[in-house]
Design a protein around this ligand. Structure first.
Ligand SMILES: NC(=O)c1ccc[n+]([C@@H]2O[C@H](COP(=O)([O-])OP(=O)(O)OC[C@H]3O[C@@H](n4cnc5c(N)ncnc54)[C@H](O)[C@@H]3O)[C@@H](O)[C@H]2O)c1
Length: 254
């Protein structure tokens, strides 16, 4: 069995996911980096100069049940433990007014954000239950707390993730497993750029002005989100279960 604690991170080559990998590596974890393609993961390893001996590359599409099942089975047989799971993979889909919002787009957003997160949790839980310990962090968003315009699929998918996190917390708290969600406001990643592009496509002339920040008046740096995620997985958060930690610079108190 692996001596170091093991954390699985989905969306591990993304803007926020790769910062979370860095944070867990700094804390001495062995990190299982999962994302859609091995190339994406390898690129992130090179770009961030992660130590190849301290990461396991595990490409999988989290919306494919068989891929998730066999991926997790493989991780358990190779590493022998799963101490933490961070579900950072997510997509925002395209933006539209509800009357124009395509059903296909809605379903795709749910497949990744909601069903993919569920499949990861469902397949990781048995190993955590076996050890009677573990921590799971899922990604909500302020969009899953307010009904922002043009993102009916994304926003409602994030409400679902926050709710699902509470269900896991309720069912598994007595087995030593905590589950929480982190809800960022704007974070400086390509997802934020994609959202601005989405606003532009909708004919909004000043899309940057649609981005509202809290009183801190800037988007989060991905590492600021990674710090909150790591804290939730650490012993320091041993009594935090079923919480939705908002990391939005004060955006939602406005
Ligand atoms: N960037 C923001 O402003 C912001 C705000 C609030 C919440 N979030 C949430 O934070 C999380 C991380 O976002 P990010 O900004 O790093 O986005 P990102 O686009 O940089 O990264 C997302 C990653 O998820 C991966 N992914 C997508 N579909 C997948 C699938 N089917 N299987 C496996 N991996 C898949 C992508 O390849 C990508 O590497 C997401 O859940 C997002 O909804 C982001």
């Amino acid at each position: 069995m692996m001596d170091h604690k093991v954390c699985i991170i989905t969306g591990a080559s993304g803007g926020i996911g790769s910062r979370i990998v860095k944070r867990f590596l700094e804390e001495g974890y062995h990190v299982v980096m999962t994302d859609l393609k091995a190339d994406l993961i390898k690129e992130a390893i090179e770009k961030n100069r992660f130590d190849r001996n301290k990461v396991t590359v595990c490409p999988m599409d989290i919306t494919v049940e068989e891929a998730v099942k066999s991926g997790i089975r493989d991780i358990v047989s190779r590493l022998g433990r799963i101490d933490a799971l961070v579900n950072a993979a997510g997509i925002c889909g395209s933006y539209d007014r509800i009357t124009d919002y395509s059903y296909e787009n809605f379903k795709k957003v749910y497949e990744v954000n909601v069903f993919g997160t569920f499949l990861m949790i469902q397949n990781v839980l048995p190993e955590m239950v076996r050890k009677q310990q573990g921590s799971i962090v899922n990604f909500g968003s302020v969009s899953g707390m307010r009904g922002y315009s043009f993102e009916v699929g994304y926003g409602s998918s994030k409400w679902a993730v926050i709710g699902m996190s509470q269900t896991v917390a309720n069912e598994y708290g007595s087995k030593g497993i905590r589950c929480n969600s982190v809800s960022p406001g704007w974070v400086n990643t390509c997802m934020m750029e994609k959202t601005i592009e989405n606003y532009r496509k909708l004919g909004i002339e000043d899309p940057e002005n649609w981005i509202t920040y809290g009183s801190i008046r800037r988007p989060a740096r991905p590492e600021e989100i990674a710090d909150a995620v790591y804290f939730l997985c650490s012993e320091r958060a041993s009594y935090i279960n079923g919480a939705n930690i908002v990391v939005d610079g004060g955006m939602t108190i406005k």
